[in-house]
Design a protein around this ligand. Structure first.
Ligand code: GCW
Length: 615
């Protein structure tokens, strides 16, 4: 059985572990450079030259190799970037490089009991039994792995702050500081999720953000926390969301709530990441006047310009919740005077649980393209890591973490190029094999989309677990997640005549989304309620398109399975990958049949090609 030391696979070209005595970004960069030289057949030299501080670096060619210069930790990013390019045989990009986003955060949804919310790769890497519990060498390797793709902040505890995580700000602060010290040499700073109502755990009877006692409680807290961890990146807060406490309980706005915390941590350079995932999770499904995707914009747009400078509003990429396909959140166009972070989810909560293949770079390309004319200031991604030997459950899920780092550094990244680098760093394939895997990974999201929820409809997953089909599972529930399918039509009208959601977008996008003839077809049922007989652009009916996608999605899954079986995957990865692939094939068949049957029973339309649909 392989151990974590042989992963993450993309570091296979690097040697063993970074020795303990290498304890600054400069020293680690020098170590990686020297060991690369020792192992390189061409004996190329990498000279590393540290200059001040900062993320940027510069690579120049020299007579016998390369010189990387940069600040601390930039020197480390530069060294890894160069080694990656040398190992993959890409052309070395000379000159200066600086990141698209200065905050490139990975969010662990780790609970202190050792479980990980929406974790699909084993237990927490650093918590167990209500305390820190980790293998120091493994945490150093984690640091190296994150630094190797430029990730610079790690939030270690779940945004749903469950006891005893409150103690991280208190008597467990020392342990948190020890943990921070392990990651510091890799240029990684910690972030902590905090509970808005935490002052009530001590003496206070409420947590009204305008109450001076509450303010001074947080000020004292910040002083204590930053004296233990002086480079703590900040606090992350989920407030008034899914039953978490927040300022609304005291009749205060989210600007008032966030600013109170932001003021407390500002003297230490702390950032306040305030999540915008706020909606009514107690909705009556009968009430069609409420439309969940509208919620965040309605709450935050009026507050634009009212947040302190050290507040960053963390917005999930779509208005719902990490679905397979959603339009980009309208908040990215409606908060000109507020710093924004885009939140992605590497953990495959709705996208196959790290069993089904779902490579994210093509989706991220679309998202960053959609917002190319507006500002995003930071990125965050829910982690897909756990204690499994290979760190990510499915060995291919490591690609999503690797790619996240690439996109966080360069938001203009090319998905195919990123996937190709990862394959080259991970496997020893011929060009043909590499192409084969690239094709599988590059289309995996489209395939998953085809056999699951059609055309942007969302939420056809089994409630709670979010794996497997249940087209009406969320229909009569409280979460605001409805498809409203009946015998005539499906979807929710989100145009001006319907819920009005589309009005939250700038004119350029609104005019496209609101017109069923111009709306991207893959988002058609996100924006429109349409009859099954609606004509798609290629002349097929909507219902036929749904059937076709589901049959094709299954066939393409079989195709991916055949392609993977033909690849010379390393022995242990092979079992892991093919076992999961077999589970995916079953899952795809289940989705196909359940969704097709669901729509057949409602609509009564037969499949044009007479394929099996179960009446
Ligand atoms: O989609 C939901 C998840 C919750 C998660 C929440 C959030 C951490 O199902 O598990 O809670 O999103 O993002 O806060």
């Amino acid at each position: 059985m392989r151990t974590w030391r042989e992963y993450p696979a993309w570091l296979k070209g690097f040697s063993g572990e970074v020795p303990e005595e290498r304890n600054t970004p400069e020293e680690i960069a020098a170590f990686e450079a020297a060991t690369f030289h020792d192992r390189d057949k061409e004996r190329r030299k990498i000279r590393v030259q540290a200059e001040g501080a900062g993320d940027a670096f510069r690579i120049v060619k020299t007579g016998d190799g390369y010189c990387v210069s940069g600040g601390s930790p930039g020197i480390l990013y530069g060294t890894y970037a160069l080694i990656r390019q040398l190992l993959t045989g890409e052309d070395v990009r000379e000159g200066e490089s600086r990141p698209s986003f200065s905050l490139r955060m990975l969010d662990g949804w780790d609970n202190m009991d050792g479980s990980v919310e929406r974790g699909y790769s084993g237990r927490s890497l650093w918590f167990e039994n209500g305390r820190f519990s980790y293998d120091r060498a493994r945490i150093r390797q984690l640091g190296r792995m994150l630094a190797s793709v430029g990730i610079n902040v790690l939030c270690i505890n779940n945004v749903n702050v469950h006891a005893p995580a409150q103690r991280l700000l208190d008597d467990m602060l020392g342990e948190a500081a020890d943990f921070a010290a392990i990651l510091r040499p890799f240029g990684i700073r910690l972030m902590l999720s905090v509970d808005f109502s935490q002052p009530m755990e001590s003496s206070l009877s409420g947590c009204d953000p305008l109450d001076p006692e509450v303010r001074s409680w947080w000020e004292r807290c910040a002083e204590r926390v930053w004296s233990a961890i002086p480079d703590l990146a900040g606090f992350l807060v989920k407030a008034d969301s899914e039953h978490r406490p927040g300022p609304n309980e005291y009749g205060r706005t989210h600007a008032e709530g966030a600013n109170m915390l932001a003021d407390a941590i500002a003297p230490y350079g702390g950032m306040l990441l305030w999540r915008a995932f706020v909606y009514n999770c107690m909705q009556d499904w009968r009430d069609t006047s409420v439309d969940r995707p509208c919620a965040a914009y309605e709450i935050y747009h009026p507050l634009d310009g009212m947040f302190r400078d050290n507040v960053i509003l963390q917005v999930k990429y779509g208005p719902y919740d990490f679905q397979v396909r959603e339009p980009v959140s309208p908040l990215f166009f409606g908060m000109d005077r507020t710093a924004l972070a885009m939140e992605l989810q590497l953990a495959q909560e709705y996208t196959g649980h790290q069993i089904d293949l779902f490579s994210m770079p093509p989706m991220w390309r679309e998202l960053f393209d959609a917002i190319c004319e507006t500002h995003v200031d930071a990125v965050a991604a829910v982690s897909n890591l756990g204690r499994d030997a290979n760190w990510t459950g499915h060995p291919f899920a490591a690609l999503n973490l690797f790619a996240y780092g690439c996109f966080a550094w360069d938001r203009d990244s090319d998905p195919a190029a990123v996937i190709r680098s990862w394959i080259r760093l991970t496997y020893d394939f011929t060009e043909e094999e590499e192409e084969q895997l690239l094709r599988v990974l590059a289309k995996s999201r489209d395939v998953y989309e085809k056999y699951t929820s059609p055309l942007g409809l969302c939420w056809m997953v089994k409630p709670g677990v979010h794996y497997g089909p249940s087209p009406y599972g969320y229909e009569f529930d409280l979460w605001g997640t409805y498809n409203r399918a009946d015998r005539n039509a499906v979807g929710i009208d989100r145009t001006a005549q319907g819920t009005g959601y589309v009005l939250q977008y700038p004119e350029k996008l609104r005019s496209v989304y609101e017109d069923p003839e111009r709306c991207p077809e893959k988002l058609l049922l996100f924006f429109h309620r349409l009859p099954y007989s609606f004509r798609m652009r290629d002349g097929r009916t909507l219902i036929q398109r749904i059937y076709d996608d589901h049959f094709e999605g299954y066939e393409e899954t079989l195709g991916m399975q055949r392609a993977l079986e033909a690849l010379p995957l390393p022995e242990n990865d092979r079992d892991e990958i093919l076992t999961r692939m077999a589970a995916q094939v079953k899952n795809a068949a289940e989705w196909r049949d359940v969704v097709n049957t669901f729509f057949f029973r409602f609509s009564g339309f037969a499949d044009r090609d007479g394929r099996d649909i179960y009446p």
